[in-house]
Every structure is written in C-alpha cells, then in structure tokens.
Design a protein around this ligand. Structure first.
Ligand code: 1GP
Length: 245
C-alpha cells in the first residue's frame, strides 16, 4: 500500500513529472537518473496538459522503473489504471467550490473504475512570490508566506476532515519555497505526513525543508532544466534522515 510507504518514519523524495514538458529522451534520462539516485516516488500530472502524453508517461515509467507512480492531478481527467495511487486533492486553502469538491465528484467514478489507491490530500497553496499556474487556473488566493497560523488552521481542518496527507505547495517554479517557519508550525500541529513542494532547486534547500519538518519533498521544475541536480537533492534528503535517526 502506497500510503504506508508515504507514512514511513523517514524523509522521502518525489520527482514530479509534467508529461507536457518531457520528450521521450528527457523522460528516459530522468528515469535513469532517478534509478541511480534512489528516489521514493514519481508524481505525474500538471495544471494544464495540452498534449496527449499523460497515459504514455505513466506507462513508460512503469515499464522502466520499480519506483511507485502517484498521480498528482491537475484536473479530474488525470486518472490512469496504470498508476499505483492518486492524490485525491482538495484545494482547502482556496474558496473555489470547483476545486474543493466539483472536480472530485467528476473524478470519483473514474478512480473507482481504475481501481487505484486513493489518498485524500489537503492541498494548500502558499504564496511563492509570483502568481502560480495553480493560483491562476483555480482562481484562488494563496496563503501569505508569512502567515503560518493560517496554514496551521487550514491543515488542522484538513486533518479533522479525514485527509491523510497535507501538501504545502508554493507553486511549480516558485521564486520562494514554503518558509521553514511555516513548515515547522504545520508539522507540530498535524499527525499525518507533510508534503512540501514548489521552487526547491538545491540540495541545501531540500535539507533545510526536511529539517524544518517536511516528510516528503517534491521537486519538478529544476530537473527539467538541470536533471543532474537530482543526485545532489536526493543525497540531501538522505542526509536529513541521518540527522533525525
Ligand atoms: C509543483 O510542488 C511541485 O506542483 C514541484 O514544484 O516544479 O517548482 O519543483 P517545482
């Protein structure tokens, strides 16, 4: 069960693959690098998928890697029976009913049909220094980066509603990743695993975010430009494990 792996008492690294931004060559390179860097999960999805590569991307990764593939959906149609699990996201930082429950109603029968593990996830968009695609597409206002109390209250509400993961998202390619103060404050208040992503570009940053309290780090954008950074980031996450052991 994927959720059990996500709950493991160690820091873990997920590589986000946006199917529209990968060519066959770059995906193959990334999967090879990820094998050597021993990453924990692939997340596959995107806010805006215009090409017909979603299913093909999952199939390719499943054929070439043993690492679990988890759908990180940008909309209700990003569902595939070939994935190992799906993050069933509700954008609880926003007040747009379409992304709180609307897309979920459309996706639920498709997910049931696909028979994949479904992990209810409270998704919080945090201000990353510029308007993110997620903020624009969902027409929601992110939580200010310097308001950890709002992130704590929102995460608590998510956990009380039964969500099994909390995801603090600064937005893909964010200028500023989620602040360590906010991560620490949220982690202290919840008992479900905490995922943090958006704008993580170096091993140092990854280690700081792990040490602040993130359980799972998500890295996407920078690997599209500099895939070789994957090893550095993976080593940093492992180093954070040694500190907490
Ligand atoms: C975005 O959290 C992920 O949804 C990863 O962000 O692409 O900036 O690494 P980056």
């Amino acid at each position: 069960m994927i959720y059990q792996q996500m709950k493991a008492e160690k820091k873990q690294l997920a590589v986000l693959v946006d199917p529209d931004r990968q060519t066959v060559e770059s995906l193959s390179q990334l999967v090879d690098l990820a094998r050597n860097a021993r990453i924990d999960f692939f997340f596959v999805g995107g806010s805006l998928l215009l090409e017909d590569r979603f299913e093909k991307t999952i199939t390719y990764i499943k054929e070439h890697s043993k690492t679990p593939v988890i759908i990180f959906p940008g909309n209700s149609y990003q569902v595939s029976a070939k994935a190992d699990a799906i993050l069933f996201l509700s954008l609880i930082s926003g007040r747009n009913p379409e992304y709180l429950i609307g897309q979920q109603v459309i996706a639920a029968p498709l997910i049931k049909e696909a028979k994949i593990e479904t992990i209810p996830t409270g998704y919080l968009l945090i201000d990353g220094g510029r308007i993110s695609t997620t903020s624009y597409i969902t027409q929601t206002v992110p939580i200010p980066n310097d308001k950890p109390d709002i992130a704590v209250a929102t995460s608590l509400a998510g956990e009380m509603l039964g969500m099994k993961l909390i995801y603090l998202e600064a937005g893909s390619g964010a200028e500023k990743s989620v602040s360590t103060e906010m991560i620490t404050a949220v982690k202290k208040n919840i008992s479900v695993p905490l995922i943090v992503g958006g704008g993580i570009r170096t091993g140092e940053q990854a280690e700081e975010i792990c040490n602040a309290g993130a359980d799972i780090i998500v890295v996407g954008n920078i690997l599209e430009k500099k895939p070789e950074l994957l090893m550095e980031i993976s080593l940093a996450v492992h180093a954070a494990n040694k500190v907490t052991e």
